[in-house]
Design a protein around this ligand. Structure first.
Ligand SMILES: Cc1cc2nc3c(=O)[nH]c(=O)nc-3n(C[C@H](O)[C@H](O)[C@H](O)COP(=O)(O)OP(=O)(O)OC[C@H]3O[C@@H](n4cnc5c(N)ncnc54)[C@H](O)[C@@H]3O)c2cc1C
Length: 555
């Protein structure tokens, strides 16, 4: 390999684009192959929350006191159930390098960071948790900065792109979403009423925020680098190897036919959400219990490509996967997810009609529902007429008609239970107890309403005394069977070391092959997860890999 060799990036989501930029800034030529006809991947659909302990942005905004030591204690505390699944070397590398990476991306003009105001770590009770300052996102960016690439950007159907977090927190996520959708004649087609482009993707608004804005910030910088060749509709299907087994290039399918390119390869393909076989293998769920809110081009290619050349796959328990309760819908990519399940006047039960978890907090929902010794599948969302009138559901505005066949309604909880296949008597008893406590703003059994993150990000700020707790008591009653919806954070994936180098089954390197972002297993954090770690780790790996391949490895 000479200095002049190009590097091949597979996938133009956030970590792929960032790796390309880091390489170009070090003088390497880069070709980015993207399977879809749009850029941005799941990152562009995301909330754009980037988690980083002890970062410079918080200090700039006057939030003092966070340290690497506190951040380390926090991640250890949230992954405590299986400490053996934490890769110590990768964990320390990520934690220590991420503040430098976050600063670097700002210094080179890839993004202007801002702290998401008032957002606490998921597990506010854990050792080392911080009440504000670890979640970063972009300062709003103008779509005009993307020039002719504007129309090639994915736009999130799950967040009100254009609105800032501070603006959204005033009314809460659910009602901000509803207002955005209702202000447009297209309400109910795309979640936030934006006109659609051919293919059904939402059009690009003038001001970009959330994950769409984070990706747009990087893209605006990437397109100023002449050394980066971005190729859409090029799905990489094969890795090329030399006689020693080192990866030396790729083969891709394109509209013009197959193409080949030579050079070291960085996988940035995200997870396996749209590959039912891999979902069964790595999550243990069939299609009746699984969906995804990630783009449909995220279908396990990185895992399959790594396997082709002897790369190992690290499997983490399904109880630790960031999946959320959701349901099939006409909006987005075919599935909807929260915050509806976290709104007041709703609860989650299993077939016995009993609650079994903090049903406003996905971490607890996944852990308990997927417990191999005590599974709670199938699981159901049950809500009352107050929920219907105040919040609606998915693309259904408050008080609107639910899509045909999605929601079952009945005049009593007993009848609702019977119609859904739940023990109706028990369901009524569960709702009575839940309601009595909800009126006081407490949930003594499962702690619903005790997570600051959930109350701020998902709840109804106008609801007293607790933003996520309200009685389920007004007829008619409503319910639907839930399924888990993936968010392109698979946790299981390609095994890498702390610097993004792909490893084989014996722990040796697969030469010439790297992985960044969510196609790489989250052994970095083991079984603990906090929102923003996916994007934050992706940007740190992009920084490390682009330095190594650019000839300036990070010490
Ligand atoms: C609704 C939603 C909200 C989320 N919110 C957050 C959040 O706030 N914070 C957070 O940290 N995480 C969040 N996530 C998760 C996060 O978005 C993903 O984990 C992250 O985007 C993964 O980044 P990536 O760079 O690995 O891949 P992606 O950004 O997903 O991009 C992967 C790209 O690879 C392309 N690709 C796949 N296979 C091939 C192939 N064979 N050849 C060429 N290209 C290929 C895909 O088309 C895609 O464009 C959210 C996800 C969703 C869906």
């Amino acid at each position: 390999m000479s200095e002049q060799d190009g590097v091949i990036i597979v996938g133009a989501g956030l970590s792929g684009l960032a790796t390309a930029l880091g390489l170009a800034l070090r003088g390497r030529r880069v070709t980015v192959f993207e399977a879809g006809d749009l850029l941005g991947g799941a990152a562009a659909y995301s909330g754009g929350q980037v988690w980083c302990g002890a970062n410079h942005v918080a200090v700039r905004e006057g939030i003092e006191g966070d340290t690497l030591e506190l951040a380390e204690r926090y991640v250890r505390a949230i992954g405590h159930s299986h400490p053996e699944l934490l890769d110590e070397q990768a964990f320390r590398r990520w934690l220590e390098v991420s503040p430098d990476a976050v600063r670097y991306w700002e210094d080179v003009g890839a993004i202007r960071w801002a702290v998401i105001p008032g957002l606490a770590d998921y597990h506010n009770e854990a050792d080392g948790a911080f009440p504000e300052g670890r979640y970063l996102t972009n300062e709003p960016i103008k779509a005009a900065e993307l020039g002719e690439w504007r129309d090639k950007l994915r736009v999130s159907p799950y967040f009100p792109v254009g609105t800032t977090y501070a603006e959204m927190f005033v009314k809460g996520r659910r009602l901000t979403n509803v207002d955005e959708a209702e202000s447009s004649p297209k309400a109910g087609v795309q979640a936030f009423g934006l006109p659609t482009r051919p293919g059904g993707e939402a059009a690009v608004p003038d001001r970009l925020t959330f994950g769409t804005g984070v990706v747009a910030s990087f893209l605006a910088r990437v397109i100023r680098e002449p050394g980066i060749d971005l190729r859409l509709e090029h799905r990489v299907t094969e890795l090329l190897t030399d006689e020693d087994g080192a990866v030396v290039g790729v083969r891709a399918e394109s509209p013009a036919g197959p193409v080949e390119a030579r050079g070291p390869v960085v996988l940035a393909t995200s997870t396996y959400d749209w590959d039912p076989e891999l979902v069964q293998e790595l999550v243990g769920l069939g299609p009746e219990d699984f969906g995804s809110v990630a783009p449909r081009t995220i279908r396990g290619d990185g895992i399959r490509l790594a396997r082709q050349v002897g790369g190992a796959i690290a499997q983490l328990p399904a109880t630790a996967i960031p999946m959320l309760p959701g349901w099939p819908t006409e909006t987005g990519v075919g599935y909807a997810y929260g915050p509806d399940y976290a709104m007041p006047h709703s609860m989650i039960v299993d077939r016995t009609g009993r609650r079994y978890c903090d049903d406003s907090f996905w971490v607890d929902i996944v852990e308990k529902t997927m417990d191999p010794d005590d599974r709670h599948l199938p699981f159901f969302l049950v809500f009352d007429e107050q929920h219907h009138r105040k919040y609606g559901l998915g693309a259904t505005p408050p008080g609107g008609d639910y899509p045909a066949g999605l929601v079952t309604s009945a005049p009593t909880l007993q009848e609702l239970g019977e119609a859904l296949g739940i023990d109706g008597e028990q369901l009524a008893a569960t709702a009575a107890e839940f309601s009595e406590n909800a009126r006081k703003g407490i949930d003594p059994d499962f702690g619903r309403g005790s997570k600051e993150f959930v109350k701020r990000f998902a709840g109804d700020p106008a609801h007293e005394p607790n933003a996520v707790l309200g009685p389920v008591e007004q007829a008619p009653f409503h319910g639907l069977r839930l399924r888990f919806v993936g968010t392109a954070i698979g946790t299981s994936g390609v095994r890498i070391d702390g610097d993004g180098r792909v490893l084989d089954e014996r722990g040796g390197r697969v030469n010439g092959l790297y992985a960044v972002g969510s196609c790489a297993a989250l052994t970095t954090v083991g079984t603990g997860y906090n929102s923003g770690i996916a994007l934050g780790r992706g940007l740190t790996l992009a920084y490390l890999v682009s330095n190594e391949l650019g000839g300036t490895p990070v010490d």
